[in-house]
Design a protein. Structure first.
Length: 433
């Protein structure tokens, strides 16, 4: 629970050296969320900023709470440390990151092992052509696994990592100035965070070598616009939930994909198997058949800490795999395409509908920036941001969608709510009256 990013990063690495696993709790989180995380973690120790020590100690009773100053002024018992490290094995947990959960925002603690990160980082760096001379920009909070790539890729390569102060994310112009002045070359970023700085890029052109984006699908019109601003930058789309250690697939955009290839998430990184299953858990081998995306390999996490682990499965040979809950299909070139969440597929007026198809169509109207379709209580609402053009969007959707996909209501928002993982906050939208 530290605001100082350098100290927070050092504490994570210190916990690893001491044979522990770490979990980062953002100080700004509501107390209800912090308590839910504490109950799941049952931590031995909590370390916090000096100025929030009293309130942290009050919140986390019966748990040892240390000020950061106490840790910095303490000494290391090298003999005990050696005993601990000699007993350490690669399948021990390295970190626990929390996802929002699928119901009511209840957090799930995802445990990832040392072996999973050790397996992934060298392959990630080699496949994407990352170098020791690169400067990484860390935008993601440390409780989000994009930061795992920033930190451990930097350490593996002997590269540099710039920890961007959080206050820069409230002003896109200042952020672009900061990145340009710092000569950042690699930026791993969520798609929606990158969209938020797009206007600033029309006159700020940082010399980025690669942009590695993930999270929400980046609409094709935005990718085309961004690539016109950053014409010497390589755009790489990576996909994967926290449960499989950062990313499972990658795809470098080229040619007309900047206009049309918005849903391609590509092929699997080495050492991991990505496959599709149908509703009866049978393997899909045909092209262009939609199924649930599953991932197998050392990358698969240890499971949810104290949670329902039914989505972590094993085949007849005992090989573990994870059911992502995402839908996709393989094309004739064996490239994986993303079709949305399984739980975002609905039945309406007797028809099966993928909410992502409605969102994709709405994105095609000029002036529409972000879109989210929500189906609840038999009502289909579409929330959007950008330019306020409800009448025009309503007419556009009626002209281009079948009747059973027409929303009951279009709701314009000046600012789309975004969660800490850089995705549209669907729970926040559902709570809007």
């Amino acid at each position: 629970m530290l605001k100082n990013l350098v100290l927070a990063c050092a504490l994570c690495l210190g916990a690893v050296q001491a044979g522990c696993f770490y979990s980062v709790i953002e100080p700004s989180l509501p107390n209800v969320r912090k308590n839910a995380m504490r109950e799941i973690l049952n931590p031995s120790v909590i370390i916090c900023d000096n100025e929030i020590y009293n309130e942290t100690k009050e919140l986390f009773r019966n748990i040892k709470v240390f000020k950061i100053s106490e840790i910095l002024n303490s000494s290391i018992n090298e003999n005990i440390l050696k005993i601990i490290r000699d007993r350490h094995i690669s399948t021990n947990p390295l970190y626990c990151n929390f996802t929002s959960g699928s119901t009511g925002g209840t957090p799930k603690g995802v445990l990832i092992s040392h072996a999973s990160v050790i397996d992934f980082i060298p392959i990630f760096c080699d496949t994407l052509g990352l170098k020791s001379s690169d400067i990484f920009a860390n935008q993601a909070p440390f409780d989000f696994d994009v930061s795992v790539k920033d930190i451990y890729s930097t350490l593996f390569l002997g590269a540099s990592c710039l920890l961007i102060p959080r206050e820069y994310f409230t002003n896109a112009n200042n952020l672009m100035d900061f990145i340009e002045d710092s000569t950042v070359l690699i930026w791993a970023v969520s798609a929606l965070v990158f969209l938020s700085v797009m206007k600033a890029l029309s006159y700020k052109k940082p010399n980025l070598r690669k942009i590695i984006y993930s999270g929400e699908i980046m609409p094709a019109k935005h990718i085309a616009r961004l690539s016109s601003y950053l014409d010497n930058t390589e755009f790489i789309n990576v996909y994967g939930p926290s449960e499989i250690t950062c990313n499972a697939t990658y795809h470098t955009l080229s040619g007309d994909e900047f206009e049309n290839g918005l849903d391609i998430i590509g092929k699997a990184f080495a050492n991991r198997l990505v496959f599709l299953i149908d509703e009866n858990d049978k393997l899909i081998i045909e092209a262009n058949i939609v199924g649930q995306i599953c991932v197998s390999g050392i990358c698969v996490g240890l499971g949810y800490l104290g949670g329902d682990n039914s989505v972590f499965c094993a085949n007849e040979l005992g090989q573990r795999y994870y059911k992502t809950g995402d839908l996709g299909y393989l094309d004739e070139n064996n490239l994986l395409h993303f079709k949305g969440r399984k739980d975002h597929q609905i039945k309406r007026m007797g028809h099966r509908i993928e909410l992502s198809e409605i969102e994709k169509m709405a994105h095609k109207l000029n002036g529409v920036e972000m879109v989210c379709a929500i189906y609840e209580n038999d009502k289909l609402n579409v929330y959007y941001s950008g330019s306020d053009k409800t009448s025009e969007l309503s007419e556009f959707l009626r002209e281009n969608l079948p009747f059973y996909m027409i929303p009951n209501k279009l709701i314009y928002l000046k600012n789309m709510p975004i969660n800490k993982n850089g995705k549209i906050d669907r729970n926040a939208l559902k709570e809007m009256k």
